[in-house]
Design a protein around this ligand. Structure first.
Ligand SMILES: [Ca+2]
Length: 312
């Protein structure tokens, strides 16, 4: 019998839990070293609690990131990728795109590379479709990587399918294409040595498309940051609460601690709809949906799903 590839079934987190339990069973010194329990920790119970804490901490954050791999952008301030041909079309609010650019300043554009480093507030009423997980003046010349990859088969598609069906039930969604752009430990301008990590995951399948934004360590800065997405003439947009505020960055970044899908550090959006307007609790709103929904409501999973279901 051929064993399945473990890589497809055991994530890093599960592997760490496995090592932890295995070490517990053997009562080895390895456990004590691995989980930081040295000779001055008196009780075995303390050791176990520390181990659980470490595992919980690991599970609570890095696991939400998709694989960081692929082609790296050049180390150019305000630079961009070359034109990236998409292996499947991506529908973005009624427009179908077959190409994309990953820009070093924390955004993605479709028609052309874009080096703008000073963000404008969403809705910008501009002539550009824009996905901006973390738009500010970043600089990868000295440290940090801007990477992108796309997938049409394999475990990444399975993971995307599972994530989307969790966040957007009743669509029977099946992903056939995933595009991952990662800004890994990138500095703020200019070669500041700071390290900020975040990710945009574009997911497509059938008539549906989605964008996930994942936030890791967000270094402190006084620069303005806009996170979210915008469209041509801002017919659709979303500004993640905390954008342009002092709470956007630092160890308590609201992007990292908040979520609209009950997963701290992750934000999920359906992005295929080309219709305008929506209804929230029976009240008609114009396209400026985001401005009318409080952060606390977005935190509530049920009302989030209600909003998704009400979007007409
Ligand atoms: Ca820059």
């Amino acid at each position: 019998m051929k064993l399945p590839c473990l890589k497809n079934y055991i994530s890093l987190n599960l592997f760490i839990i496995y090592i932890f339990i295995y070490s517990l069973l053997l009562d080895t010194m390895f456990l004590k070293i691995f989980f930081g329990c040295w000779y001055d920790v008196e009780t075995y119970e303390t050791c176990i609690l520390m181990g659980i804490f470490v595992v919980t901490y690991i599970l609570s954050f890095p696991g939400s990131f998709y694989p960081r791999s692929g082609t790296a952008n050049g180390r150019i301030d305000d630079g961009s990728s070359s034109l990236i041909a998409l292996r499947r079309p991506f529908v973005y609010f009624g427009r179908q795109y077959n190409q994309i650019y990953v820009n070093n300043n924390g955004h993605l554009t479709f028609d052309a590379a874009w080096g703008r480093f000073v963000p404008y507030r969403f809705p910008g009423n501009a002539s550009r479709d824009l996905i901006a997980p973390f738009w500010t003046d970043l600089d990868n010349r000295q440290n940090g990587q801007v990477l992108y990859n796309q997938y049409t088969t394999g475990s990444v598609l399975q993971r995307a399918t599972q994530d989307i069906n969790t966040y957007f039930p009743d669509l029977n969604f099946v992903a056939n294409w995933v595009f991952v752009a990662t800004w890994y430990e990138v500095a703020y301008y200019s070669t500041s040595g700071t390290r900020t990590t975040f990710q945009a995951v574009l997911i497509s399948g059938g008539q549906y498309s989605f964008v996930l934004m994942n936030y890791g360590t967000i270094a402190q800065t006084s620069r303005s940051v806009q996170a979210g997405y915008d469209t041509i003439s801002s017919r659709h947009y979303f500004s993640i609460p905390g954008s342009f505020s002092s709470t956007a960055t630092g160890s308590n970044s609201v992007f990292r601690q908040g979520s609209n899908v009950n997963v701290p550090g992750r934000w999920a959006f359906r992005t295929d709809s080309g219709t305008r307007g929506c209804n929230v609790s029976g009240t008609a709103f114009s396209a400026g949906l985001a401005e009318y929904i409080s952060f606390s409501k977005l935190h509530d999973l049920n009302s989030y799903f209600y909003l998704q279901a009400s979007y007409t």
